[in-house]
Design a protein around this ligand. Sequence first.
Ligand SMILES: CC(C)(COP(=O)(O)OP(=O)(O)OC[C@H]1O[C@@H](n2cnc3c(N)ncnc32)[C@H](O)[C@@H]1OP(=O)(O)O)[C@@H](O)C(=O)NCCC(=O)NCCS
Length: 278
Amino acid sequence: MQDLVQRIYGTGSRFHIGDIGWELASVPPERQAGWRIALWNDGDQDVAWGWTEGNGLLLVVDPARAEVAGEVLDWFREVVGPGQRVTSVLESETHLIDAIEKAGFTVENGRPYYTHHNISLDKLGTPVVPAGFTLRHVGADEVEKRAAVHRAAWSDVAPSKMTAEAMAAVMSTWPYRPELDWVVENSAGVFVASALIWLDEQHRAGLVEPVGCAPEYRRLGLGQAVNLGALHALKELGGVEARVCPRGDDGYPIPAKLYQSIGFRPGLRTVNYVAEGN
Ligand SMILES: CC(C)(COP(=O)(O)OP(=O)(O)OC[C@H]1O[C@@H](n2cnc3c(N)ncnc32)[C@H](O)[C@@H]1OP(=O)(O)O)[C@@H](O)C(=O)NCCC(=O)NCCS
C-alpha cells in the first residue's frame, strides 16, 4: 500500500506514506479486525488498493490505471452489501471522482472534511519553549511515555485508545524514525506535547501526523515549538517540504489555526461521497 502511495505521490495525491504507516499501526487490534483490504496488481506493480471499515472506503488508484477504480468500487459494494456506503477523495483526484460518480455516489456536504496544508522548509521560525520545558526528539526506548502523551492530548476529544503496544507498532513501522518524533518534556520529565513527522526520502517530503498537547499545557506555544522542532529535524534529514492534513470544516478549527500560525498554507481539500441502496 505504501509502495503505491509513494509511486504516485505529488501535490494532487491524497496520501503520503506516513498516513498509511500511522493509520495501519496506531489502531488497536480489535478495530483492525473489522478492516477489509484488497490490492490490485499488474505483474509486480501495485496499481490500486481499497480499504474498508464499516460502510466506509478509502481507495488509492494509480491515475495511469484509472479504469481499475471501478473494480475497487465493485469490490467495496460486494464487501459492504446493500445499504448506505460512504467514501471520500482529494478534490484533485479526478480519476477517482469519475468512477465514484459513475458508481452512483453523490457529494455529501455537511460531514467533516480535511484540508491539506503545505509548508516549504526554507524559512522556518525558531522553536521556543517557556522556562522549565525541554524540546527534543524521543528515544526509541521511550514507548510508554510517548503513548502517554498521545493519550493525554487526545482524551478531551474522546477517550484515546492509544496503548504502549500500539505506539510500539507505530515506532516499528516504516518509515518511522525517532529523530523525527518530537516532544516537549516538563520539569518532572513528563512528555506534555508531541509531533511526529514521517519522511518520504524519495520525494523529500514530510507528513506531520499526529500532533498533540495535553489540555493543561495548551496555549503556551508548545504546539508551535514541537512542530517547529520536528520540521527543523526534517530539514536536516534532507526534507524540503511538509504536509499536514487538519480538519477544514468549522466543527474542529483549532489545529488548522496552529499550523497556519507557523507558516503552513491551506491547499486541496477532501470531498465526501455517499451512495444508497444496491
Ligand atoms: C491543536 C493543539 C495541538 C494546539 O496545541 P497548543 O500547544 O495549545 O498550541 P499553541 O499554544 O502552540 O498555539 C499556537 C497557535 O494556534 C492557535 N490556537 C491554539 N489553540 C487555539 C484555540 N483554543 N483557539 C484559537 N486558536 C488557537 C493560535 O493561533 C495560537 O497562537 P496564539 O496563542 O499566539 O494565538 C492542541 O489543541 C491539541 O492537542 N488538540 C487535540 C489534539 C489535536 O486535535 N491535534 C491536531 C490534530 S490535526
